[in-house]
Structure formats: C-alpha cells, structure tokens
Ligand binder design. Structure first.
Ligand code: ZN
Length: 735
C-alpha cells in the first residue's frame, strides 16, 4: 500500500501546501536562533497574577458570574501551565484548589455555561467502555535508528546528496522513552488523542488524554491561521513518579514494572479515568504532522521544525523547547548528542536516545520518505540499558515479614555501566508469567535508578537442558513449613522467631530511614548476629562493647563512634521509631500520620481499627496490621524493653489543653471544598477540640461538606448537635 505523505494528505484535503514558494534562501536565513523560553509574556504574567490576587482576596474575593467566568478559566489554565509545563508555580496548591472549586461549584449550578475546554472538564469522565479505532491523519512512521558516529555521518551524506546542499541545519531533541500518541485540535479545541497503534490506525483514548494536565484542552491555533492540526508526542511518567508507582506495587505484593515506558503505555489503556489521573502522566509534544489553514499564506512559524515547536510552546504545550538544539552540520550534531548522553541520568525522565531532524520543513518535503522511514529524520540510540544474560540458579531469601523472595543469580553482565549479577524474581506467579527456567537466556533491563528487572526469557534459544525452578516448601533458614494465604502471591515463613526474620528486622530498625544508626550497617549487623552479639532489636541497646573489642579487634575510635551512634538513636522522633518497628504496610508516610496522633507509642495499643481508620490514608489493611502488631505480646514486651533501655517512646502531640474549642467535640462529613479534612481536624485539635468517630449524643458539632450522607441524617435526629456548613465552621474557628 502506498503510504500517504504529508503533501498527499494536504492535497486530499484540498489545501495548497504551505511549503510551496518557500526557497532555500529563507531556510538558510534561519540559522541558529535563540529562543525566548516564556509561554506567557511578562506583561501577560503580571496581568494574570494581578487577576489571581483579586480572586484570592481574603476579605472580599471577586464574585463569579457569567461575564467573568472565562477570566477565571484563563487564570486556572495559566497556573496549570506554570505548574505542569514550566515547573514553576506562582501560587500554592491550596490556592489553586480554592479557585478551581469556585469554578466547579458555579458550573454545577449553571451547567449551560460549561465549555468543553473548561479546566473542570479534565475530571469526572468516569469509566470508559472501550477505545474506538481511529485512523491517523498522517501515518505514524517509525524512525530509522543509528548507533554510532559512522551511522550519523552516513545519513548526513545521503541528505546532502539528495538535497544538493553542502551543509544542513539540523534540530536535535531527546528521544523520550514513553508511549507515542497523536492529538488532533480543530477550531482551537482538543478533538481527540490516539495511540500509535499499527501506525495507520490507533485507539482513541481521548478521555484519558484529558487527565494529563500538561496537555491543553484548547489552544489559540486560529490566531495563527490554523484550522486543524495533528501533533505527535509522547506520554511519560517521570522517574520519581515511576519509582513511587513501583514501590506501591511492591507493597501490594505485585511485581514492579521493568520501565516507565510500560507504565505509561499501560496507564493510557486504563478504563477508569480517575486512576489515570493519579498516575501523574506528562505529555511532551514534539512534532506537527498535519496542518490545515484557515486562509492560504506563507507563515514564518510553520517554516521550520524548531519554529513549529516554539509555536506549540507559546500556545501552552510542553514541547521540548528547553531541550531543543538547532545546529549546522553533522559534526555539531555529534557533539550535542555526546553531551546529552552524559546528562542522561540527571534528567527527570527517561530518554533512550536523540532524534535528529532536518530543520527546514520545505527540505523535509523534498527529501520525502522511504516505505518505512522518513528520510529527513533519524534516531540516535544511546548505549543499551538492556542486556542478555543467563539464569544460573535461584536463591530464596527470607525478609523481615517472613516473605520468601526468589532471587535469580545470573551470569554477571554490564547494563548501562552497572554490573548486575543477581536480580529479584519476586514470586511464584512472576516466574510462571515470565516463563523462567534455570539455564534460560534472559533479557534484563535497568531503567534509571530503578532496580534491574527481567524483561523476558528468550525461550527460542532453549536446548532442552533447562530445568524448572522449584519453590521450597520449608523456610530455607529455620526449616519450618511455608504458608501462603489465598489473597497473596507470596509464600511466608510464619515462625516469628525465625533467625532470618529477626536479622532482617534488626537491619531495618537500624537503617537510614528508620532509627538511622550510623556505623551499624547491614554487614556489621549480620556479623554481630552470627557471633551472638545481637539477638534481637533491644539487644542493640545492650551491646557488649568489650566483647566487640575482643572478638572483632575493633579500635577504640570505631567503638566509641558506634557507642555514640547507638546512644543518639534513642532520641529519634516518634515517627522514625514507628517506621523502624517494621509493621507491615506501615511506610514512612503512614508512620508520620500515626505519630501525629499519639503521645506515647503505647497509645497505638489502645486504638481500635475504627479509630485508626479515621486517620488520613489509613485503610483497613493498615489498621488491621497495626492492631495485630500491638496485640502481640512479644512485640509489647519488646517495646517495654526498649523503653526501659532509654529509647524515647513519647512524642509531641498537638497541645490540647487550651484554645477556643476546648473540650468541644467535632465530626466532619462529606467533602470539604476549601480545605483538606485532615487539616480541618488538625485545626480543631490545635484549639483544644476533640474529633469523634461517629454521630452520638456526645457530639457537639457536625461539619457538613458536599454530598454529606447518613451521618447528617442521623445528626438531624439529635437536637443537641449543631450542624454547621464549611463557612460556619471557619467563622467558628476565627471567633
Ligand atoms: Zn524461617
């Protein structure tokens, strides 16, 4: 099949190509160009900031009506671009949310005034039934790959030959490692977003694209004489969010993903838009593949690739404006590519190479394409972070919660500059899913600072000598039988006195994010444990330093350092102690939440599941786990022992004994619009009020947010309860 070219499509649409009449002199005229990296001009920024102030005025904020609704929307769009595209917020999240709520509430009452590109329309789309197949306006061809300087020199030679020019102006931009998409805007509105698919036809994923805040829902293309435009780009998850996402998976017992690319591609196909929103996807737009104009003319901004990207940037898109380089000649390209590869790890997102394009659109057209690739662009691939190796053996490690994790020992191989010799293969299901056998050739990948993962088993290379991986039925350390619950993929050693678990618990307790006992690292703890100098967590504080001197031959200086570090750790804040205990599902964030609500570690023993679940981000799983921990006698006697040995178990809870609301009881129900519930509860507590868990005659105030339900019904039946709106509540706090 003949692959449609840009020019053909333009002809089909009956529009005269805007490349015609452009000459090489125009192209040569556009040499190195210094871009001004500002989306909104200084003047616009000042005006929008002034307007923002008026809307946020604490005494007399601007009132929203149908005449100024677009002003508020523009303010919100401006701050979204500052935050998501330029990474430079001018207002706090709280202030943004406040303005957003004003618009949202107004639109709820005046549904006829809602526009398709209102900032509120990013949310609340709900569940998607399916993703309809859609044809791209111009096929999305893949790029030819190059791997070294010689490939680039060869490509440059061909470009020069075909064009008859002696030197070419090139643009260079990062090759993002995400999921490719194309967006179509018509009459300034985002019409649809489509996955790459087979290059001709992709899936229409518009509702999910709406969740990505760096992609504008509307842009003023018409001001630039553009009626319809197709833009190509990549959806990514940045390294930090990817790491968080994988940590969440591991905590749930689900194997993590090998790379951010899989995470982004998978996220785009989720049918619940609220989950997509939580993934914090980002959109980079780097190519204009089609334009239909309102009236025929020649425009400077559509003459080069770099000026098109500048146009996108100016209209609020996250085009690689800061990353883009425009240079003359292939030697300058090679220099830039090498520079970029050095910076690769310092970028917030994964890139796997660079894309080099002929900058002149006119010249791009003249060069055209082969049946597979455009001739005017090439991808330069960085050194692979994938490598093949061989699965030699599997060891089974017992963690502090008893979980048995298989770890593959592989033939050592260098991946992106790091030698990998062992790699976690998570659990039995993972082994099945990846179809792993001993002796298999495997492909591994290391993405950024994420731990290496197995991409796949190269089963085609098997010769019949490969062996099944047999999971043990007993603990490799204490030899007790392993058990597995129905809702988990993990086998566990349930012997609480298992040496492997005790050792791992001590290591966790002393670790950097927990009690941070410097000079007591993993290796030291293992050695001391083997020699019987450490037997459990409290034994850290009963350390026999004399024995240490005799057995280990450690010097006085090392010993006094260790002594000091152990002594210092006794005064770590409460949340570190809670985290250090290694309670299942209690990460650092949850530990902080718990610490804020107690005075002594033993307060956690008194809290029931319901009370625990009232705390922010504490769900059933966490509440059950905390309760189980504090009902265990061994754990309690360990805590008593720690207290006895001088470890600080008291924390600072918000002062309750004074304040306006002293002794008054409060309960919140429904969604508050201008303040987070946890913050509101904290305000109550800071003024001496008490938060209750349910409606009863003991309750003084019920504060009702949006969609208040059964609690409100119930409270109405008890005359002594005062029912307050959010506004009334704020007034009460101020009095
Ligand atoms: Zn065991």
């Amino acid at each position: 099949m003949e692959i449609a070219r840009w020019q053909d499509v333009i002809k089909v649409f009956g529009i005269k190509s805007f490349f015609e009449n452009t000459t090489f002199s125009a192209f040569l005229f556009l040499t190195l160009f210094l871009y001004n990296i500002i989306m909104y001009s200084k003047q616009q920024t000042i005006i929008l900031q002034e307007q923002t102030k008026e809307w946020l005025e604490s005494n007399n904020p601007k009132k929203l009506d149908k005449n100024n609704i677009e002003e508020l929307r523009n303010i919100l769009r401006f701050h979204e671009q500052r935050y998501y595209v330029e990474n430079d917020s001018l207002i706090s999240d709280y202030e943004y949310d406040k303005l957003y709520k004003v618009l949202e509430n107004y639109e709820k009452q005046h549904t006829d005034l809602i526009t398709k590109d209102s900032p509120t329309q990013r949310v609340g789309v709900g569940l998607i039934k399916d993703f309809p197949k859609t044809q791209h306006l111009v096929p999305m061809l893949s790029l030819e790959n190059s791997y070294d300087e010689l490939d680039l020199l060869d490509w440059d030679r061909k470009v020069k030959e075909l064009s008859g020019l002696s030197e070419i102006e090139y643009s260079i931009e990062p090759k993002f490692d995400g999921a490719s998409i194309s967006l179509v805007y018509e009459n300034d509105l985002l019409l649809r977003g489509v996955t790459r698919g087979d290059g001709e036809i992709g899936d229409d994923i518009t509702p999910n694209i709406f969740q990505i805040k760096s992609i504008p829902l509307s842009a003023e293309f018409s001001k630039h004489n553009i009626h319809q435009i197709e833009i190509r780009g990549e959806i990514l998850i940045n390294k930090e969010n990817f790491k968080k996402y994988n940590e969440g998976l591991i905590e749930e017992g689900v194997p993590p993903l090998a790379n951010p690319r899989n995470a982004a591609a998978g996220s785009l196909r989720i049918k619940d838009t609220s989950i997509v929103r939580k993934r914090n996807l980002e959109g980079f737009l780097y190519h204009v593949s089609f334009i239909s104009k309102i009236k025929e003319n020649i425009q400077e901004e559509t003459k080069t690739h770099s000026s098109l990207l500048k146009l996108l940037w100016d209209l609020g898109f996250r085009s690689p404006q800061k990353e883009l380089k425009v240079v003359s000649g292939i030697q300058a390209v090679i220099n830039e590519v090498n520079n970029f590869e050095k910076q690769r790890d310092s970028l917030p997102y994964e890139i796997d190479g660079m894309v080099i394009k002929v900058n002149s659109i006119d010249l791009q057209e003249k060069l055209g394409m082969t049946s597979h690739h455009p001739r005017w662009a090439i991808a330069f691939k960085f050194k692979a972070r994938q490598a093949s190796s061989k699965l030699m053996s599997v060891e089974f490690q017992v963690g502090r919660t008893g979980a048995v994790t298989p770890v593959a020992k592989i033939q050592p191989v260098s991946v992106g500059g790091v030698t990998v010799s062992s790699i976690s293969i998570h659990n039995e299901e993972y082994i099945k899913e990846k179809n792993l056998k001993l002796g298999d050739s495997i492909l591994i990948e290391r993405s950024g600072d994420v731990i290496p993962q197995i991409v796949q088993s190269l089963t085609a290379t098997r010769n019949g000598s490969e062996k099944e991986i047999i999971f043990p039925i007993e603990c490799p350390v204490c030899k007790q039988p392993l058990s597995k619950s129905d809702d988990e993929a993990v086998w566990r050693c349930v012997n609480i006195n298992c040496n492997a678990q005790i050792l791992e618990r001590i290591i966790h307790f002393a670790s950097k994010d927990a009690m941070d006992i410097k000079n007591l690292g993993d290796a030291g703890i293992k050695k001391f444990f083997q020699k019987g100098l450490l037997i459990d967590i409290p034994s850290i504080y009963e350390f026999d330093f004399n024995a240490l001197k005799e057995i280990e031959g450690l010097g006085d200086k090392s010993i006094s350092n260790l002594k000091e570090a152990i002594q210092k750790s006794k005064h770590q804040p409460m949340h570190r102690l809670i985290y250090a205990l290694g309670i299942r599902f209690v990460g650092e964030t949850t530990a902080k939440t718990l610490a804020q609500h107690i005075e002594s570690i033993f307060d956690l023993q008194k809290m029931n599941e319901e009370e625990l679940m009232k705390l922010e981000d504490v769900g059933v799983k966490v509440a059950k786990s905390v309760q189980a921990f504090f009902q265990n006698k061994d754990n309690l006697s360990m805590l008593k022992k720690l207290e006895h040995l001088g470890v600080q178990i008291e924390g600072k809870k918000q002062e309750k004994s004074f304040g306006n609301l002293k002794g008054q009881t409060f309960l919140f129900t429904g969604t508050l619009s201008s303040i987070k519930r946890s913050d509101a509860e904290e305000m109550v507590e800071s003024q001496g009020g008490i938060i209750l868990g349910g409606v009863s005659s003991k309750l003084n105030y019920l504060i009702t947010g949006e969609d208040a339900g059964s609690k409100l019904e119930k409270a109405r039946k008890i005359p002594s309860i005062k029912i307050l709106s959010e506004e009334d509540f704020k007034k009460l706090l101020l009095n």
